[in-house]
Write a protein that binds this ligand. Structure first.
Ligand code: ZN
Length: 188
């Protein structure tokens, strides 16, 4: 065998093994795409009525919360009185996602109140005893909102039907309160 024939054979062997390696993932992906369910994601759409800031997008994919999305949401839902922010319980977004799905709407939620710092909560509690002393707003587990083209009562009934936590109905102030306490609790 001459030097050049050897090199050529060696090259062909290397080339064919390289092709086998690169071809495998492509084949695997095409088989998987036929057998696996679609890439699963959860979306949410919110706007803050005070700042005008909006979030629309995926906050959960394939079993994991998207940290960047959660950080953007925490910023959007900060305490508007002092700009303090707090991480939010991802399960609250799951409830809101399910609620949008059950109502068949992609309209953004109009958020009236998200996170409330302890100082803000104490001030509001002094003004109105309707504001709980240990509000779940202080733990990033509660939100007050409405949906523009959905009657408040309909939104409230749909939220209660999920039995996912607390749901308060505030028709005079035109919002509902949704939280992720362990036991479903409803009030007006
Ligand atoms: Zn509330």
């Amino acid at each position: 065998m001459s030097e050049s024939t050897f090199s050529r054979r060696k090259f062909l062997i290397l080339a064919s093994s390289f092709m086998a390696v690169t071809a495998t993932p492509t084949l695997a992906a095409s088989v998987l795409s036929k057998t696996r369910p679609r890439f699963s994601t959860r979306k949410i759409s919110l706007s803050n009525i005070h700042s005008g800031e909006e979030f629309e997008g995926i906050y959960w994919r394939e079993g994991y919360y998207d940290e960047k999305a959660l950080a953007r949401l925490a910023h959007l839902l900060r305490d508007r009185r002092n700009n303090k922010q707090h991480s939010f319980d991802g399960r609250l977004f799951d409830v809101l996602h399910r609620l949008q799905v059950s109502l068949g709407t992609q309209q953004p939620y109009e958020v009236i109140c998200g996170y409330r710092s302890s100082a803000t909560n104490a001030t509001l509690h002094k003004k109105s005893k309707k504001v709980a002393k240990n509000s779940l707003h202080m733990q990033g587990k509660a939100i007050d909102l409405r949906l523009e083209h959905t009657p408040l009562k309909e939104l409230c009934d749909a939220a209660r039907a999920l039995k996912a936590g607390g749901v308060g109905y505030y028709p005079k102030s035109n919002f509902i309160h949704v939280d992720v306490r362990p036991k479903p609790t409803f009030w007006t």
